[in-house]
Design a protein around this ligand. Structure first.
Ligand code: UDP
Ligand code: MG
Length: 336
């Protein structure tokens, strides 16, 4: 145990990788990653989070762990989604710098060297911004651009454009993020929210190595709503202004109708205009209710205070295999 805690204190760099059905990428990923990390001459650990994969991901990860003790595995009890998996990984790191990276090699491991050199210059967060997006169609590029435009307009936090979770975080920032109590983990928003000294480096994002993306448009849409609802109240507040505008218009129109009736007598009422107004206002009210519902739903999620993720097993966090088995049996609950 003494040896182990010695070990923890000296780790300089922790890599965090979420895995969800990534069996075909594992070997190549570790090959490229370890060759970069060995060049760096730093004491490192690779924290792999298995986010409820249904293929052989866990089996392969555990095999890698038994061959290479720097590879540690956190096995979650089911699929919790990338953001929760990332939180789980970050919570298990002990390095002075933490680098979350995707398992599909869309974040080139070679860039870690550049991240580290900026960190050594004194930056707390070094994020890698995509100069180009290869292997993505125009619809994905267009929707991504629209999302960044909207969120930068309505949120006071400037979320850097075209930036994923691939970045380097100083331990100071990691500790702050770990303490954030919120359940809705819109990671790129949280990373931007904390502030500190941040800098970007540019890279060309390659297409996925093997396998397919887990993000369909419905998931991306919900992800975008998560981001907007966690970082802006404008969708909630804008309705009072729209209401004031509509009431003013209605009042003016009513005055016009009264005066016209007084002067010209009763007119034949317009069925079409009535229908339009009723349907329009009904639609507006439903939209407003839906938006209020979005926020109330989120409040509900937060107050339940369920854990963000559940860990089923841990591999490689202790030196003896005895302890390994013990850590595996009771389900650990991580509250914050
Ligand atoms: N991922 C995860 N849990 C999920 C979905 C994805 O841990 O529920 C991981 C996935 O294994 C990969 C990373 O998150 O390492 C990015 O996923 P993906 O490549 O599918 O997203 P994209 O690059 O298309 O945005
Ligand atoms: Mg990917």
């Amino acid at each position: 145990m003494l040896l182990d805690s010695d070990n923890l204190e000296t780790i300089e760099l922790s890599i965090v990788i979420p895995f969800y059905n990534e069996e075909s990428n594992i070997n190549y990923l570790f090959e490229r990653l370890t060759s970069v990390l060995n060049r760096l001459n730093m004491k490192y650990e690779i924290i792999c989070v298995n986010d409820g994969s249904k293929d052989n991901t866990l089996k392969y990860l555990v095999q890698h762990n038994s061959l290479n003790p720097t590879i540690k595995v956190v096995n979650l009890s089911r699929n919790f989604g990338k953001e929760a998996a990332l939180s789980a990984g970050i919570d298990h790191t002990s390095g002075a710098a933490v680098v979350p990276i995707d398992a599909d090699l869309q974040d080139p491991p070679e860039l870690i060297e550049e991240l580290i050199s900026k960190w050594r210059e004194g930056y707390d967060v070094v994020y890698a911004t995509r100069r180009s997006r290869q292997g993505e169609n125009w619809l994905k590029r267009f929707t991504a651009a629209a999302f960044y435009r909207v969120i930068s307009k309505i949120s006071r936090i400037q979320i850097p454009r075209n930036t994923g979770d691939f970045r380097l975080l100083d331990r100071r920032v990691v500790e702050v993020i770990k303490q954030m109590p919120e359940r809705t983990r819109f990671m790129k928003g949280l990373f931007a929210w904390v502030g500190f000294k941040q800098i970007a480096i540019l890279y060309d994002r390659p297409p996925r190595y093997k396998g397919t993306t887990k993000w369909n448009y419905w998931r991306l849409w919900n992800f975008a709503i998560d981001g907007i609802a966690s970082f802006s109240l404008i969708p909630l507040k804008v309705w009072s202004y729209i209401g004031v505008l509509l009431s003013t218009a209605a009042f003016l129109y009513a005055t016009f109708l009264i005066i016209r009736t007084l002067i010209f007598g009763i007119d034949v009422p317009g069925y079409a205009s009535l229908m339009v107004v009723i349907l329009f206002l009904g639609g507006m009210q439903l939209i407003t209710l839906g938006i209020i519902g979005e926020y109330i739903g989120r409040v509900f999620e937060e107050v339940k205070r369920r854990p963000l993720y559940l860990v089923r097993d841990l591999y490689g966090f202790h030196t003896s295999s005895e302890i390994n088995k013990k850590a595996a049996s009771p389900i650990k609950v991580y509250q914050d």
